[in-house]
Design a protein around this ligand. Structure first.
Ligand SMILES: [Zn+2]
Length: 235
């Protein structure tokens, strides 16, 4: 029952249903973690350092968390504490429509983009890799944790809507959703920044602590306006 319900939500592909080593299921049936893989940045992301990498990571997680709260489900927990496989993670149920979930997956990179004023190269690397791996499944197996990447998961959501698509069509859709995610976060940016600052200080936030950081800001209406402008339905 439980696993078939999860299959229904995440599609029948085994990478969605199978518990992965770095995946943390919450108590909710559809709870899952967005682990944010940051290869190459491990040395910079030491706890208790207000390094540039740590601030970027905090904004990355805050982006996932705030957009998920607006479009999907408020995270149970947001963290920038590194574990063996990931540098940070948000944990929430993934219950919204695929176009919203894809944006939640893309929101980490989108927040980095707003923060630094440029599109993160890692987004294009992950998306390009995932598109290549569609025709070469061995590629996926060769890279540990590739199935956990934000870019790969966003493509998984895009492919749930329409099955047979060309690479160019997938890229166009990813870019459209990425722009919507980036503009949505831009519309509530002070709230994202406060969640990121709270993360830099506390490292891990509960749902209540995240909303305390957001304060009285409306994180819904501005995001819904952006979604409507992009022709994206909500929930
Ligand atoms: Zn991420």
């Amino acid at each position: 029952m439980r696993s078939s319900a999860i299959n229904q939500r995440f599609g029948a592909r085994s990478d969605w249903a199978k518990p992965l080593p770095s995946e943390r299921m919450t108590g909710d049936l559809h709870g899952r973690t967005l682990p944010c893989m940051k290869p190459g940045a491990v040395a910079e992301a030491k706890p208790r350092q207000h390094s540039g990498a740590r601030i970027v990571l905090a904004h990355h997680e805050a982006g996932h968390a705030v957009l998920s709260a607006a479009l999907n489900d408020a995270p149970h927990q947001v963290s920038i504490v590194a574990d063996a496989a990931t540098h940070g993670r948000t944990t929430q149920r993934m219950i919204a429509r695929p176009s919203s979930l894809a944006q939640v997956y893309l929101a980490g990179f989108a927040a980095e983009h707003v923060l630094r004023g440029r599109r993160p190269r890692q987004l294009d690397q992950e998306v390009g890799f995932s598109i290549l791996a569609r025709t070469d499944p061995e590629l996926m197996k060769a890279f540990d944790g590739a199935e956990l990447r934000d870019g790969h998961r966003a493509i998984g959501e895009v492919l749930r809507v329409v099955q047979a698509r060309t690479d160019d069509e997938i890229l166009l859709e990813i870019n459209r959703l990425y722009d919507a995610a980036r503009e949505s976060l831009g519309s509530v940016w002070p709230a994202v920044q406060r969640v990121a600052s709270a993360l830099v200080e506390a490292e891990t936030l509960s749902r209540e602590e995240m909303f305390a950081a957001i304060g009285r800001d409306d994180i819904y209406r501005p995001v819904f306006v952006v979604q409507a402008r992009h022709g994206l339905p909500i929930r």
